[in-house]
Design a protein around this ligand. Structure first.
Ligand SMILES: [Zn+2]
Length: 225
């Protein structure tokens, strides 16, 4: 019965198209905004060499100028992950605060794609993807968060959510950097459809979750280099 109820909820959430709630990037916000997010951005044990590409990606997200974002390094399976800082939310009356965790140690199969191994462009691209999550999360109301929680029970929901997140990253002008990341991860791990750290041991992946290089290139306005 419980499975049945969960299935119904998933169907309702999917029917409502909530992942498509990857809300559109406001057209009136300049992509090349020179705003620096220094005051609300915190770097916990982040190597100085990483701050360049992180800052470059941040500069493409002017809508986050009032959002608290903390970058930290941890031993973690997933090379990068973004979460809401719920402690800050509780202590500061609903504050918009997020934590982007960058892994410096993971399982052997994922070690080749740790952040430190990426070239400059790929670093910007993958941070751009995580900041696109922040941008999306920061526009969600309570129902949006509810749907996000329930949506994690559905593989197809996650497919659409991650695809929409890559799309948002490109809309922020980081398509070429995202392409660098997309090519790197596929070449390094010898996979066609990269579906994330949690699916590394899964059989041959058949659905595109994160955009493949071909998909990204089709959305670019011109050549990258
Ligand atoms: Zn993601």
């Amino acid at each position: 019965m419980r499975t049945c109820i969960v299935s119904v909820i998933i169907i309702i959430v999917e029917w409502a198209g909530l992942p498509a709630q990857a809300l559109p990037f406001p057209a009136d916000e300049k992509l090349d905004s020179p705003k620096i997010h220094s005051s609300l951005v915190k770097y916990s044990n982040i190597p100085p060499a990483w701050r360049g590409p992180i800052g470059k990606a941040l500069a493409s997200f002017p809508e986050l100028v009032h959002t608290h974002v903390r970058f930290r390094v941890r031993h973690a399976r997933s090379p990068l992950a973004t979460n809401r800082d719920w402690m800050s939310f509780l202590l500061h009356f609903g504050r918009q605060a997020y934590i982007i965790t960058i892994s410096d140690r993971t399982i052997p199969a994922l070690s080749p794609i740790l952040f430190d191994s990426l070239d400059y462009g790929a670093k910007i691209g993958v941070i751009g993807h995580e900041l696109s999550h922040v941008s999306n999360f920061s526009r969600r109301n309570v129902f949006g968060w509810l749907s996000l929680g329930l949506g994690h029970l559905s593989s197809r929901y996650l497919d659409r959510m991650e695809f929409a997140t890559d799309s948002l990253c490109i809309a922020h002008g980081l398509g070429c950097a995202l392409l660098d990341w997309s090519q790197f991860v596929r070449q390094t791990l010898q996979t066609h459809n990269w579906r994330g750290a949690d699916n590394i041991m899964a059989g041959k992946p058949h659905r595109e979750r994160y955009m493949n290089p071909k998909t990204i290139m089709a959305r670019l306005n011109g050549p990258c280099k």
